[in-house]
Design a protein around this ligand. Sequence first.
Ligand code: MTE
Ligand code: MO
Length: 210
Amino acid sequence: MWFDNPSKKVERLKKANVPTRSANQRVPPGQVLSERFPVLHYGSVPAYRDLSKWDFRIFGLVAEPLRLTWDQLMALPRKTITADIHCVTRWSKLDTTWTGVPWSEVLKLVQVKPEATHLMEHGENGFTTNISLEILAADPDAMLAFEYDGKPLTPEHGYPLRMLAPTKYFWKSAKWLRGLEFMAGDRPGFWEQNGYHMEGDPWREERFGW
Ligand SMILES: Nc1nc2c(c(=O)[nH]1)N[C@H]1C(S)=C(S)[C@@H](COP(=O)(O)O)O[C@H]1N2
Ligand SMILES: [Mo]
């Protein structure tokens, strides 16, 4: 498939004006490689006894808001991808492998209104982060991820579900994801309200300020 071809992927991202690595450059400016997988978040790690009461909501600028149970989410098409991740605190990790529901499949679940331009990701503990729909559509690795390295996400990395939008700094990948809100225009999420950049592109070093 086209997304198995790395040069096709880069081509497509460039079309959407997403700067990407060139063949000999995988680490964005100002970043340091990490072998470990650091854990980073604000607040405490949610604990789930089971997922029977867990649900996932898609709302905002959609024809009909949607509520999915965990079992319904698990019945959706899935794929496994490998991508590099870049945290604004300057660590990058190469070749991380994730399994989840591809963004293209999420878009099939609802009828998104034409005015919608951005998405607000809603995490369990009130965490939010904003991202553009154009970026998500252009990134074949964007997904609702539930496995890392072939195993369910660990609690600290977002169990049971997190966003994965690896063309942006990793704060744009909300852990403990519970909802997606389609919006007309952009609105700052949690870190963005606290001075982080609205776009957060690691290749342009969009760390702070907007
Ligand atoms: N719900 C939630 N998701 C979050 C955060 C958070 O504070 N709460 N922090 C973000 C930040 S700043 C980073 S760098 C990544 C870290 O993910 P990791 O702990 O799996 O490395 O999660 C992002 N997702
Ligand atoms: Mo971060």
